[in-house]
Design a protein around this ligand. Structure first.
Ligand code: ADP
Ligand code: MG
Length: 593
């Protein structure tokens, strides 16, 4: 075209395009997310402007995004009816790196030593418009700004440091307003133009963009048509059939192409929780997370003020099939959206602590940049605040299950995720107050049903100061330990810690409602009933026996003492005050073997 003007890219853009073209990126498919999000931004901008300038919308074109693909020729067109670009904007926006996200990406590339292999960088950052060149040899942008009467065409090629801009002259290509991107796919990427592939990508990445996204899809309907019967067939059927003039019907499939709405325009989390039914939440949960069981609990909330985000969280009814590792932070359980554009579900403890990685849900933030990276997530103050709120909401949700009239619900929860909460005692001191009331244990007075610490405290004797526990391999050995004797005599309840993690969890908690946890197998157990005269007497009577036993056992024991802790057993092995309990000793042995 003789009227096309040639431009050189800003140096950084050239470098970026070079990298895109010459590096093998595993997740090229993010190009569609980037381009759709640009289209959505353009529509957002127009919608915003039209609030004060309603005449901008006078050409009553709907605000939408349309994606058409031609798989035979490997062409994809993405058309939006948004704000469009002027000639100058084409130069500024598509020829230079104005936006900070792409600049950050370049910096990250520079910092990362092994550029070629770090194929995830693009997925994390997004490189905006230029990601079109991940899959295209040539990109044509035809655009008409609401501020201009003319439509311009920007054209760029991979492997070329210049691009051209000309005026659109083909009357068939004129737009009322907005932008049409035409991607001429690289030979090896032509598959992206398959309508079904496009549909899946839109569903996956842009499902909840606020504007309708239509994709051009082949459809079919069946219809019955009458056909004359083959005369030879009729003859075969014999005399009875001969008299009727036979017509046969045949089912044929009629094929045609049409626009199909491919996204849900109003995401569930944007709706008012009052207007959403439990069924809708359950449906959303099952659809989004491929679950077949309904969740145990759900929490839908909006936070405002310092940080603004919306979220729906779920507690699943069971752990994933076949796995019993309690901490698997890479569960893809949390889907992060920024302004309704899906960003990532690949987190490693940024939004939830590891021990709560079983929680599923969506989080939609207005405060994070669209091209938020793992790095940004880890350092962001906004994310830290979000995390705090999400964790709090999660505890509220679990507390809700524990207070449910249906006791089964919490039993189910505890069976699946009790270990996670115990891990929380160890890893999250800040939330001890929230975790402790949710813990459950068996006890000397409740061997069949788990009790809460609140139930324990309520059942304490008036003079009892501490919460007693014994750690053991299982309920039977806990029940039969001689350490229990005196406590049972006094009718004190003792918690049975029978899971390996229990003891460490309790030791981390240290106390509950200002009552210390006390291990009844430790040396200095004081039940507050010392009788010094009697102890003196005993010492005189049995002191020599103790010395003799100590001599015989030598280094196998630290000391042999007279104790008032037993009522029927003659003797017991106890742990030193600062030593490991017998149970811990067993655990440590098991670990070092
Ligand atoms: P970002 O979207 O982060 O600003 P991009 O590289 O994705 O960066 O896009 C660069 C700029 O190009 C955008 O900021 C916008 O001004 C312009 N642009 C891209 N696509 C469109 C579009 N479909 N309609 C209008 N402007 C667009
Ligand atoms: Mg963009």
């Amino acid at each position: 075209n003789p009227t096309a003007e040639k431009f050189e890219y800003q140096a950084e853009v050239s470098r970026l395009m070079d990298l895109i073209v010459h590096s093998l990126y595993s997740n090229k498919e993010v190009f569609l997310r980037e381009l759709v999000s640009n289209a959505s931004d353009a529509l957002d901008k127009l919608r915003f402007l039209s609030v004060t300038e309603p005449e901008l919308l006078r050409d009553a074109v709907d605000l939408d995004i349309r994606i058409q693909s031609d798989k035979d020729n490997g062409i994809i067109t993405i058309t939006d009816s948004g704000i469009g670009m002027t000639r100058q904007e084409l130069v500024d926006c598509l020829g230079t790196i104005a936006q900070s996200g792409t600049a950050k990406f370049l910096k990250a590339l520079k910092d990362s030593k092994d550029v070629g292999s770090d194929s995830n960088l693009i997925g994390q950052f997004g490189v905006g418009f230029y990601s079109a060149f991940l899959v295209s040899d040539r990109v044509v942008v035809s655009t008409k700004s609401v501020k201009s009467d003319k439509q311009y065409v920007w054209e760029g090629e991979a492997n070329n440091s210049s691009y051209t801009i000309r005026e659109e002259t083909d009357p068939e290509k004129l737009l009322q307003r907005g932008t049409r991107l035409t991607l001429y796919l690289k030979r090896e990427d032509k598959d992206f133009a398959h309508p079904e592939r496009i549909q899946n990508l839109v569903k996956n990445y842009s499902q909840f963009v606020c504007f309708p996204i239509y994709t051009w899809q082949e459809k079919g309907f069946t219809k019955e048509v009458e056909v004359d019967e083959d005369p030879a067939e009729a003859k075969k059927e014999g005399d009875d059939a001969k008299t009727e003039k036979k017509k046969k019907t045949k089912t044929v499939v009629e094929r045609y192409w049409d626009w199909e709405l491919t996204n849900e325009t109003k995401p569930l989390w944007l709706r008012n929780p009052k207007d959403v039914t439990t069924e809708e939440y359950n449906e959303f949960y099952k659809k989004t997370f491929n679950e077949y069981l309904e969740p145990l609990a759900c929490s839908h909330f909006t936070t405002e003020g310092e940080v603004e985000f919306r979220s729906i969280l779920f507690v699943p009814a069971m752990t994933p099939m076949g796995r019993d590792d309690i901490i698997n932070p890479k569960t893809r359980n949390i889907r992060l959206y920024v302004k309704r554009v899906f960003i990532s579900d690949d987190f490693d403890g940024e939004l939830f602590p590891r021990y709560l990685s079983f929680v599923k849900g969506v989080v939609d933030s207005n405060d994070l940049p669209l091209n938020v990276s793992r790095e940004i997530l880890q350092e962001s103050r906004i994310v830290r605040i979000m995390r705090k709120r999400l964790v709090r909401k999660t505890f509220d949700m679990i507390l809700g299950i524990s207070m449910s009239e249906n006791r089964d619900d919490y039993d189910k929860f505890w069976e699946n995720f009790g270990k996670n909460l115990k891990l929380g005692c160890i890893e999250d001191k800040e939330n001890h107050k929230r975790i402790a009331p949710l813990l459950r244990f068996f006890s000397s007075q409740s061997e069949q049903e788990l009790i809460s610490l609140d139930e324990y405290v309520e059942n304490m004797k008036p003079e009892q100061k501490d919460i007693y526990y014994i750690a053991a391999d299982n309920l039977t050995s806990a029940k039969n330990t001689p350490f229990l004797e005196r406590l049972l005599e006094k009718d004190y309840e003792v918690l049975f810690l029978v899971e390996p993690i229990d003891e460490v969890a309790i030791q981390n908690l240290k106390s509950y409602k200002e009552k210390n946890f006390v291990d009844i197998s430790k040396e200095d157990l004081d039940l507050g009933d010392k009788n010094e005269d009697r102890e003196k007497e005993m010492k005189q009577e049995y002191g020599k026996t103790c010395d003799w036993i100590k001599k015989r056992l030598g280094d196998k024991v630290a000391s042999v003492q007279i104790s008032n802790r037993l009522s029927t057993s003659p003797c017991v092995l106890v742990s030193g005050k600062f030593g490991w309990s017998a149970n811990m000793e067993r655990l440590m042995k098991a670990q070092t073997l």
